[in-house]
Design a protein around this ligand. Structure first.
Ligand code: MG
Length: 326
């Protein structure tokens, strides 16, 4: 920015001398060392912090000349109708990218001072790595509460927790922002109902953004409401659902939305990347707001929130739930 200002000021002084009253920096034709370029053209690599004609350092300029009117169009034709800025660089100012790159010590772009934390991975991708928070390991619901923040009423049995219809959703006592979540789920082996009434549940991020859980094995429903859908916002890339009664996995990267501290407006939407049974079904998709059953989504500012599992009346089971804060 400083360089841009410097060049703009230099240009301004030339313009004053040339008595040009109206000038549009972006529309003027720029000629660097006799070569016509556009303002956006890269003329040197970013390592040298010169990425456009606007970024040329003033000390590198040998001469700068402004042509206008007939003088400009005579020399450059119609391209010069808005004026021409001819810049000649000093001889020791190379603009050859390859030449510049060859002169750079590779060590100057190596990073040694910052190192990632060392953690240990699970024996397989389903096992929690050492920095994960285990939300459910098959034993109890100590990490969970009911919607009204009382004891979670779902049934824990055989290393799984199963929806008890009518007891409501359960949600984590902890709240989260950006996370990586692993969760395993199973719709009932005994098929009952169809469409949205077959094995419906859901994994909610921050209690607002639902990744649909449904028996979508040979079960037709609206596509943006099937298993793997980010409910009514994003259809999964493929239907990789296993048969009812078989365990399935979701591995999710959730990026929480960002809101303005001053006016609460949305700055960055929420994003999700989702793998179902190891297969990518959402690639960093942006959410347009909380996942609503009725009407269109509208963002409203909020803080961190719980992971919430939906009671939609079907005895859907979950197991092996762990999360990493990002
Ligand atoms: Mg649901």
């Amino acid at each position: 920015m400083k360089n841009i200002l410097v060049l703009s000021m230099a240009l301004l002084s030339f313009l004053v001398k040339a008595q040009v009253k109206h000038f549009d920096f972006d529309s003027i034709l720029c000629v660097l060392d006799g070569k016509v370029i556009k303002n956006s053209d890269v003329i040197r690599d970013s390592l040298d912090h010169i990425v456009s004609i606007k970024s040329v350092k003033i000390e590198d300029i040998q001469s700068l000349r402004i042509l206008k009117g007939k003088a400009a169009t005579d020399k450059y034709g119609d391209a010069g109708k808005n004026g021409v800025m001819e810049v000649v660089l000093k001889k020791n100012t190379p603009v050859d990218n390859d030449h510049k790159r060859d002169a750079i010590d590779p060590k100057s772009t190596q990073v040694w001072e910052l190192t990632p934390n060392v953690i240990s991975a699970g024996k397989n991708p389903a096992e929690p790595p050492s920095d994960a928070i285990v939300l459910f390991d098959g034993k109890n619901l100590l990490e969970w509460a009911s919607e009204s923040r009382e004891e979670a009423k779902w049934q824990v049995k055989n290393d799984a927790v199963t929806v008890v219809a009518g007891t409501g959703a359960i949600k984590t006592k902890r709240t989260f922002g950006d996370v990586q979540l692993h969760i395993e789920w199973r719709t009932p082996a005994e098929v009952k109902g169809d469409g949205q009434n077959r094995g419906n549940s859901g994994v909610f991020f921050q209690e607002k953004y639902e990744l649909q859980v449904l028996d979508s094995y040979e079960n037709v429903t609206y596509s943006n409401g099937q298993a793997g859908a980010i409910y009514k916002q994003h259809i999964p890339l493929v239907n990789v659902s296993r048969k009812p009664g078989e365990w399935q996995t979701y591995d999710v990267v959730f990026t929480a939305p960002r809101f303005s501290q001053t006016n609460g407006r949305i700055i960055e939407p929420a994003y999700m990347t989702v793998f179902q049974n190891g297969v990518l079904i959402h690639n960093h998709v942006a959410l347009t707001g909380p996942t609503e059953n009725q009407g269109l989504p509208v963002y409203a500012p909020h803080e961190k929130g719980s992971i919430m599992l939906q009671d939609h009346g079907a005895p859907v089971s979950y197991r092996n739930i762990w999360i990493r804060e990002l």
